[in-house]
Design a protein around this ligand. Structure first.
Ligand SMILES: *[C@@H]1O[C@H](CO)[C@@H](O)[C@H](O)[C@H]1NC(C)=O
Ligand SMILES: *[C@@H]1O[C@H](CO)[C@@H](O)[C@H](O)[C@H]1NC(C)=O
Ligand SMILES: *[C@@H]1O[C@H](CO)[C@@H](O)[C@H](O)[C@H]1NC(C)=O
Ligand SMILES: CC(=O)N[C@H]1CO[C@H](CO)[C@@H](O)[C@@H]1O
Length: 333
């Protein structure tokens, strides 16, 4: 713990040589993945654009799947830049800090959400390079952040996929992810951070059936197996040193423990925002009536809805990750 804190204090503000010399040469962040990093790409029918999302920051719904910031915002802030522009708004907002291609609800494979899967997200990136919106030179000081937080597995389970077939499916997800990571690198992004899987079985979606009291250990095994394969897979990417796996499993676990003791909550796994009955979810409205409840003090809750941390939760997770985020920037870009 001590080590993390020292490293963190050294890195603010964040001095990358030449980062601000030329606005066009500003260090850039490119983001691919799902709701843990989406900052507004889903259209206005998504719950990320509905109340009470965004209630803590900026106070109104802003396309984030949280009451406030999501992981991308923290990552950008650590890099000393503004959160990259969502792809959807690329013609309205300057893109010198990069572009976020992530869509909530998506996976490396197709899910139930009709939004671009990871392959398609990388296609969008490639298209911008072909249009010379960014040159190879622009990419020289850039980093990619890639999130796969479990939608592929949620869909598999929701579709009644067998537990027996799950290991083979996890292998196929991780292999596909490996191809995606290598492709982003080969398009010219020199350094990549890929988020390992958080303890999936501790998310409210999987603890609801236990009155939010204990994690589903079977589902946590899915995350652990995914992470094991991910670490092995990343070692085979070329050049291996340019890929960093962020240990979200440990970060979530220790953040949850600390959060529990610091807030003295007895209901750590209970989300702040829930549907009034099991048929409704956070943000649902029917006949102009809201069908959800929001906790009184979101910053005392770790989870926001059935799948996502609150901003306070992300704060705690990011401070646990401290040193591994820094290691991303230690070698020359
Ligand atoms: C991703 O989506 C595209 C359609 O946009 C589809 O053709 C492709 O097969 C999908 N890729 C994967 C890996 O599922
Ligand atoms: C909004 O997005 C959803 C899922 O991504 C899609 O099914 C729907 O057609 C979109 N609606 C509009 C109005 O673009
Ligand atoms: C955990 O979740 C899985 C998948 O949804 C389910 O099959 C299982 O019954 C749950 N409970 C335990 C104790 O594994
Ligand atoms: C990628 C990017 O931000 N390019 C900009 C570089 O600077 C010129 C002129 O200042 C802009 O027109 C580009 O959009």
């Amino acid at each position: 713990m001590k080590k993390c804190r020292i490293v963190l204090s050294l890195m603010v503000p964040f001095p990358i040589t030449g980062a601000y010399v030329d606005a066009n040469r500003s260090i850039k962040l490119f983001v691919f993945g799902d709701s843990y990093v989406d900052t507004g790409n889903r259209n206005f029918t998504a719950r990320s654009w509905k109340r009470p999302y965004g209630i803590t920051f900026p106070g109104i719904p802003a396309g984030h799947f949280s009451d406030g910031h999501v992981f991308t915002d923290y990552m950008a802030s650590r890099m000393g830049i503004k959160s990259p522009t969502p792809y959807r708004f690329r013609k309205l907002i300057p893109i010198k800090h990069g572009i976020n291609f992530a869509y909530g609800g998506t996976g490396v494979f197709d899910t139930l959400v009709a939004a671009p899967n990871m392959t398609k997200q990388i296609d969008l990136f490639e298209q911008l390079l072909e249009e010379k919106i960014y040159t190879r030179d622009d990419l020289k000081s850039s980093i990619a952040l890639v999130s796969v937080s479990g939608n592929d597995y949620r869909i598999y389970l929701a579709r009644g996929g067998s537990l027996l077939g799950l290991p083979a499916y996890i292998v196929s997800v991780v292999n596909r992810l490996g191809l995606d990571l290598q492709r982003i690198h080969d398009l010219g992004v020199p350094k990549l951070a890929v988020m390992g899987m958080q303890p999936l079985g501790c998310l409210p979606e999987f603890t609801m059936e236990y009155s939010y009291e204990i994690c589903n250990s079977t589902v946590n095994l899915v995350a652990l197996f995914h992470n094991l394969l991910l670490t092995t897979m990343v070692e085979k990417l070329k050049p291996e040193s340019k890929f960093v796996v962020l240990d979200m499993y440990d970060a979530f676990t220790s953040a949850m423990k600390k959060f529990e003791s610091e807030t003295e909550t007895s209901k750590l796994l209970r989300p702040c925002c829930t549907g009034i009955t099991s048929e409704y979810r956070c943000g649902d409205v029917k006949n102009w009536e809201k069908k959800y409840n929001v906790c009184r003090v979101p910053k005392l809750a770790f989870f926001w809805d059935s799948f996502h941390p609150t901003q306070a939760g992300w704060d705690a997770i990011v401070s646990e990750l401290g040193s591994s985020i820094v290691s991303l920037f230690q070698t020359e870009l």
